[in-house]
Write a protein that binds this ligand. Structure first.
Ligand SMILES: Nc1ncnc2c1ncn2[C@@H]1O[C@H](COP(=O)(O)OP(=O)(O)OP(=O)(O)O)[C@@H](O)[C@H]1O
Ligand SMILES: [Mg+2]
Length: 261
């Protein structure tokens, strides 16, 4: 899974990966209380793939997503999204890039309660200074099954519907990469399945790249492959995951780290 030293020629080489991390390190705190959340993570994800990230609580999954999405800055290392380096630029450049190319879905939806479903959905376009088209909001909300809820407020929606709004909001700018941190963590089984199907559709139908943190082996089985994290390091990769194989791997994650697999 670690493709160290891979290079591509910009004129003749393959298209850049959707996401590339090189030796990404991130610590919190200082001195005795310092915690290394990411410890030299190197990985590459091809465009148009759906990847699940799994690992024990505190293994660095959210930190990985935040750094990869440009919501947080690593202490060292390189993050590239769609061939563009996020690390190094100014805060304003980073924000601009993030708004145009990256979508993020949170466990707790993060919708603005005072805005309608339609207004929440087009907010990223507004923030990016793009023309806001009501038809676009209707189109994208219809695609996630909420075409009849445009004027509703988030508190009138179920958790599953709220998360669908959050997905519509993440898709509205047509981002290259969508990051989702436990998007089904607060949902019942059926809503979770619907949300996972939407994420998979974004990949299969629209060619987006999705990176999703989850604790649920069934959710992970919707992905093309699973990356395992332990103690801030990559601890394995499982292609074509089944829920059973994922659960088995999780149970032995500690062993993998011990043997350096
Ligand atoms: N803002 C912060 N300040 C201090 N320590 C932090 C902060 N964010 C994360 N950490 C620490 O960094 C490590 C990795 O945290 P992270 O949230 O990335 O883990 P996680 O794998 O997402 O866990 P979970 O499954 O519980 O969400 C943990 O030890 C955590 O306590
Ligand atoms: Mg987390």
């Amino acid at each position: 899974m670690v493709r160290s030293g891979a290079r591509h020629d910009h004129d003749t080489g393959p298209a850049p990966e959707a996401l590339r991390l090189v030796k990404v390190t991130k610590s919190y705190g200082t001195g005795d209380s310092a915690v290394t959340a990411l410890d030299g993570v190197t990985l590459g994800l091809a465009r148009g793939t759906f990847t699940a990230v799994m690992g024990p609580s505190g293994s660095g999954k959210s930190t990985l997503l935040q750094c990869a999405a440009g919501l947080d800055r690593p202490d060292s290392g390189i993050v590239q999204v769609d061939g563009t380096e996020l690390t190094g630029g100014s805060e304003a450049e980073l924000t601009k890039f993030r708004r145009g190319r990256i979508g993020f879905v949170f466990q707790q939806y993060n919708l603005l309660e005072t805005l309608t479903v339609a207004q929440n959905t087009v907010l990223p376009l507004k923030l990016a200074g793009k023309r806001v088209d009501r038809r676009r909001a209707r189109e994208i909300l219809t695609a996630v099954g909420l075409g009849d809820r445009l004027g509703h407020r988030p508190d009138q929606l179920s958790g599953g519907h709220r998360q669908r709004v959050a997905i519509a909001r993440a898709l509205v700018t047509e981002p290259r990469v969508i990051f989702a941190d436990e998007p089904t963590g607060a949902l019942d089984t059926r809503s979770a399945r619907e949300v996972l199907t939407l994420l998979r559709q974004a990949v299969r139908v629209h060619g987006r790249t999705v990176v999703m943190v989850t604790h649920d082996p069934v959710a992970a089985s919707y992905a093309d492959s699973v990356l395992f994290l332990a103690d801030g390091r990559l601890a394995g990769r499982l292609p074509a995951p089944t829920a059973e194989a994922v659960a088995e791997r999780l149970a032995h994650l500690g062993d993998d780290v011990m043997t350096g697999v």
